[in-house]
Write a protein that binds this ligand. Structure first.
Ligand code: FES
Ligand SMILES: [Fe+2]
Length: 471
């Protein structure tokens, strides 16, 4: 158990208590299974950092609100009359009741507490107090909702509960620069799903911020030569030499990994490389992503991949031709498609951990996103959200809503690849509870994103600056 003394010590010294202390490549399991650690995270980390509350499109008009819940904190994000956005603690200043629940629109022009009927303007100011003369003993300025700092980037509404939060774009660095040309703020939901998992939120995050598990969990991705829907039989050891190399890049507040070739691979597997240079083999991979992920490749990109599959090989790599085809189709169909150089593409493409809760895989046409939110008191549970954001022609933006499933098994539309990830989660977290397991031993090249998330957290929880991979 964490004693107050331990915590006070941590404050004084910036030292991480031993049971929570990471090694260079080791993370103790206590950080995933100990309720006291979750309490520290909720109390000291989530109260200090910027976190995405919702997408701007979820509060489309004046009066629209969205309730974001993090631990025991409920925060309402509200679209103002002048189209700006404000956020407040969702607690009535009278007796504390939640003023709003879920998402909706304040149809009467102000926000009404259902308990005694107090009303608040969209700007949080007290607008109506029944029998107000009976409250004159209370200073007037305390009648208003308590504000929470709000900012926007990439189409997300971020909130921070910190008294003096850092500049949002500075906090997000290097994402705003690296992703500027992708114009995430102009993307809209294609689909969005939410479920609840029996695992710590970081157990789930970690399964989506490294690519090292790709051949082990998703062996079909090594087999594009078999067609758009290859076998998912487990890979034998020799097949692992065809795995993509996915180095992680830690930044001060975030991380990223990219899919690339191992630098020392030389001319090994030249037959395999020649195969991958065939247009239809590359096209198979893209078609698979559309069919069995439902993102990374949009329906429009899928048609581009089908065109590519029918083409003869040329000197131009299939990857380049695919991107040309996607762009041509998008422009022909009236999409304000983001144009960028290949350098800009590679600067932003990949899998980003927008610490602490968001993971985004960024392509030109779309973003595959995940958000994991901790339970308020059980380190063995979390909320899991998965969504696709896409660039649409303005007339083609679909109406979507969150589909919510109490158990992930209640939905059979996740696609083969996400299903493989989801099938792992409960068992990973259950295994962490084993008396025979002390903690995570991390790959020094392809899993440092996981080590980095703990280094970032320690700055906030224990005041520790000892490891900051991005510095
Ligand atoms: S608690 Fe909101 S009006 Fe009384
Ligand atoms: Fe995966």
């Amino acid at each position: 158990m964490t004693s107050i003394d331990d915590v006070a010590d941590a404050d004084a010294t910036g030292k991480v208590p031993e049971r929570y202390a990471c090694g260079e490549t080791f993370v103790p399991k206590t950080r995933y299974v100990d309720p006291d650690f979750l309490a520290l995270e909720l109390d000291r980390l989530f109260t200090q950092v910027w976190q995405p509350a919702c997408r701007e499109e979820e509060i489309p008009q004046p009066g629209s609100y969205y309730e974001y819940t993090i631990g025991r904190q409920s925060i309402m994000v509200v679209r103002q009359k002048d189209d700006t956005i404000k956020a407040f603690y969702n607690a009535c200043t009278h007796r504390g009741m939640k003023v709003v629940r879920g998402a909706g629109c304040a149809s009467e022009g102000d926000l009404r507490c259902p308990f005694h009927g107090w009303r608040f303007g969209l700007d949080g100011r007290s607008a109506f107090v029944p029998a107000r003369d009976e409250f004159l003993h209370r200073p007037r300025e305390q009648w208003s909702l308590k504000p929470v700092t709000v900012g926007t980037w990439g189409g997300w509404v971020f909130i921070s509960m910190a008294d003096d939060p850092p500049d949002l774009l500075g906090w997000l660095d290097p994402l705003p620069t690296a992703l500027a040309s992708f114009r995430l703020q102009d993307m809209r939901f294609r689909w969005r799903k939410r479920t609840f998992l029996q695992a710590n939120y970081k157990t789930v995050i970690d399964a989506f911020i490294e690519g090292y598990h790709t051949p082990g969990t998703h062996p079909q991705t090594l087999r594009a030569a078999q067609g758009p829907r290859p076998s998912a039989e487990p890979a034998p050891p020799q097949e692992f030499s065809y795995a993509p190399y996915t180095p992680t890049i830690p930044y001060r507040n975030h991380s990223r990994f990219i899919y690339t070739a191992r630098p020392d691979s030389g001319n090994r597997d030249s037959a395999r490389k020649a195969q991958a240079a065939r247009p239809e083999v590359f096209a198979n991979s893209m078609q698979y992503n559309y069919l069995e992920v439902g993102s990374l490749v949009t329906e429009r990109d899928y048609r581009a991949a089908q065109q590519l599959a029918a083409m003869e090989p040329t000197d131009v790599p299939p990857f380049v031709r695919y991107h040309q085809l996607c762009e041509e189709l998008a422009l022909a169909e009236g999409v304000d498609f983001p144009t960028m150089t290949m350098e800009q593409y590679f600067a932003g493409n990949g899998d980003w951990h927008v610490f602490p809760t968001l993971v985004i895989l960024v392509e030109k046409s779309c973003v595959l996103g995940y958000r994991m939110l901790p339970d308020a008191e059980d380190p063995n549970r979390c909320v899991f959200e998965m969504f696709s954001l896409e660039h649409f022609a303005s007339a083609e933006v679909p109406e979507t809503a969150w589909q919510e499933f109490p158990r992930w098994q209640d939905h059979d539309g996740w696609g083969e690849l996400p299903t493989q990830d989801l099938m792992n989660i409960d068992a990973i977290h259950a295994g962490m509870h084993s008396r025979g397991f002390d903690g995570l031993w991390l790959n020094t090249a392809q899993e440092m994103s996981i080590r980095n998330e703990h280094a970032i957290a320690d700055r906030f929880i224990f005041g520790s600056e000892e490891v900051s991979a991005g510095d």
